[in-house]
Design a protein around this ligand. Structure first.
Ligand SMILES: Cc1cc2nc3c(=O)[nH]c(=O)nc-3n(C[C@H](O)[C@H](O)[C@H](O)COP(=O)(O)O)c2cc1C
Length: 259
């Protein structure tokens, strides 16, 4: 497999960087080809602004319209084009980051904002009253796999279904479902390491071994069973889940999984 790791941590000696190297070694040992976009090392520009659209002539910057035009005319900036090429190259995308304020670091969000161009990651397929585009299970990146590797300072229990932080799968849903599944990726369960600020050698080795196992299984791990938008489960055009499809008592983000 061709694997792209998009890595967001400023410190080469961080736990995140050590786990990234564990993942790379295991993937390469298994014969996979690995490329890394190390966003801090690349000095990745995180903010969307006018400089992203050198061909723009209008006075008013409308980011989505500008993105659509730039993608269609091949006038996106070279740094964004290079990341799009890497996404097209990869069979597996890994977003690797520390949990910062229950979300990804801003530099990684800025990678998504800029690389996910209109016509590439969204605005794909027919948009009408009978079809709401190719998204959530369909789209440019369909047929590829993706997953998250996340380090979190908090305890695992704090992220359990009744934990005060909210369940980890809910917190990550805006990324796994709305950023990765949206343009078509099959999304594997996230690999999350907890209590990271209390790590010693034994805990690191346990986390590293669990990560090695996940890397050995990347080709066979079953994706999260999200519902396909265009698979008949949703009412078009309101895009609401049809009544009665969920198990009794299911609510919230879990509605969008087939079990
Ligand atoms: C700005 C910032 C925000 C953080 N927010 C969270 C958080 O929301 N939840 C959490 O569990 N840990 C949080 N942490 C702790 C980090 O997740 C933890 O320090 C990191 O996973 C350790 O791995 P590293 O050595 O790779 O940085 C935060 C840390 C920083 C610096």
């Amino acid at each position: 497999m061709k694997v792209l790791i998009v890595f967001a941590h400023p410190e080469p000696h961080s736990l995140s960087a050590a786990l990234r190297d564990v993942a790379i070694r295991e993937l390469e040992t298994a014969g996979h080809e690995v490329r890394v976009s190390d966003l801090y090392a690349m000095n990745w520009k995180a903010q969307v602004d006018r400089a992203d659209f050198p061909a723009l002539t209008e006075d008013r910057l409308m980011p989505a319209a500008a993105s659509k035009h730039a993608f269609a005319t091949g006038t996106l900036t070279d740094d964004v084009k290079a990341e799009i090429d890497k996404l097209l190259w990869a069979d597996l995308l890994i977003l690797h980051f520390p949990l910062w304020w229950y979300a990804m670091p801003a530099i990684l969000k800025g990678w998504v904002d800029r690389v996910y161009a209109y016509g590439f990651a969204y605005g794909v397929g027919e948009h009408s009253d009978t079809r709401w585009g190719d998204r959530f299970g369909e789209g440019t990146l369909a047929g590829k796999r993706a997953m998250l590797i996340v380090t979190a300072g908090g305890w695992e229990e704090h992220y359990s279904p009744r934990g005060v932080n909210g369940p980890i799968d809910d917190l990550l849903f805006p990324i796994t479902h709305n950023i990765l599944y949206y343009p078509g990726f099959d999304v594997l369960p996230s690999f999350v390491t907890y209590s990271t600020d209390r790590f010693d050698d034994a805990r690191f080795e346990a986390a590293a071994e669990a990560l090695r196992q996940r890397m050995r299984d990347v080709e066979t791990t079953a994706p999260i069973p999200y519902r396909k938008q265009n698979g008949g489960d949703y009412v078009i055009p309101t895009m609401q889940l049809k009544p009665g499809l969920e198990a009794p008592g299911t609510s919230g983000f879990a509605l969008h999984r087939r079990g």
